[in-house]
Design a protein around this ligand. Structure first.
Ligand SMILES: Nc1nc2c(ncn2[C@@H]2O[C@H](COP(=O)(O)OP(=O)(O)OP(=O)(O)O)[C@@H](O)[C@H]2O)c(=O)[nH]1
Ligand SMILES: [Mg+2]
Length: 240
């Protein structure tokens, strides 16, 4: 389907039960893709579990980081690794099965035409299954805020199921990305939009995790609110 060299980056923190199931599922749906697990020294030994399963397949790598620094820092390390290895298409994907690997080929197809493809929960109504109402409202209004305050033209600005062309990641200055939590998604989308690159959303159904625990915290929410106002200010200053 595609001649592209593909890697799926999966950041992990205490995702042992999920990662051993996810690696085979990714290989089933997109056999030509390599996988990079970026683990922040998970106490549950996710890294070791990923390496054990990975030995059964070709092209499964684990990037071991020393300490938990948040999803954003893990992705920036993964992006740098992938760019250095010469991948053409670079995926972001959560380990917790909220992102169904069956969608991976749809992203590759859409990436033939676009610089960034985003799996979106909010283009055909609200496609979220089993999330508590409080979590859904936080996500939904977080997205409304990202659109209104930071001026993003994307319906799902905070989702983490994405496929970047290498040239898209090269066009943004990764050393400028400051978010460590999940506002990382908003920040990267902002820089891609700022470059005038083509962003396309495809519908996905998002399911709540079954195994493991969420890493969402009030610190992550505070960081996200501060980021939106920082981007708003940046936008105002760029017009003056
Ligand atoms: N390497 C690394 N991965 C992380 C860190 N924090 C979260 N992750 C991973 O990032 C992905 C998304 O994290 P989740 O805990 O599912 O957070 P979320 O999807 O925003 O929130 P939920 O609604 O609870 O699922 C998962 O694969 C996590 O294991 C971190 O500090 N370091
Ligand atoms: Mg999750």
């Amino acid at each position: 389907m595609s001649e592209h060299k593909i890697v799926v980056i999966v950041p992990t923190y205490n995702e042992k039960e999920n990662i051993v199931l996810l690696i085979p599922e990714i290989k089933k749906h997109l056999p030509q893709a390599d996988i990079l697990v970026v683990d922040d020294n998970s106490p549950d030994k996710t890294s070791m579990a990923a390496k054990e399963v990975g030995e059964k397949y070709s092209g499964v790598y684990v990037l071991d980081r020393e300490a938990k620094e948040g999803l954003g820092k893990a992705y920036v390390s993964g992006f740098r690794w992938a760019l250095q290895k010469g991948y053409d298409l670079i995926f972001e994907m959560d380990a917790d099965f909220s992102h169904d690997p069956a969608y991976l080929p749809d992203f590759v197809a859409a990436a033939q035409e676009h610089d960034l493809v985003i799996g979106s929960r909010y283009i055909t109504g609200v496609n979220v299954v089993n999330w508590p109402l409080s979590r859904l409202l936080l996500s939904y209004f977080g997205n409304v805020a990202a659109r209104c305050i930071a001026g993003l033209q994307i319906r799902d600005c905070t989702g983490g199921f994405k496929c970047f062309h290498a040239h898209t990641l090269r066009a943004i200055d990764l050393s400028k990305v400051t978010s460590s939590g999940y506002s990382f998604q908003v920040e990267v989308n902002y820089y891609v939009q700022e470059q005038g690159l083509s962003i396309h959303e495809i519908p996905i159904i998002f399911k709540d995790r079954v195994h493991g625990v969420s890493k969402m915290s009030t610190a992550i929410i505070r960081e996200a609110v501060a980021l939106l106002w920082k981007l708003r200010l940046k936008k105002i200053l760029s017009f003056s």
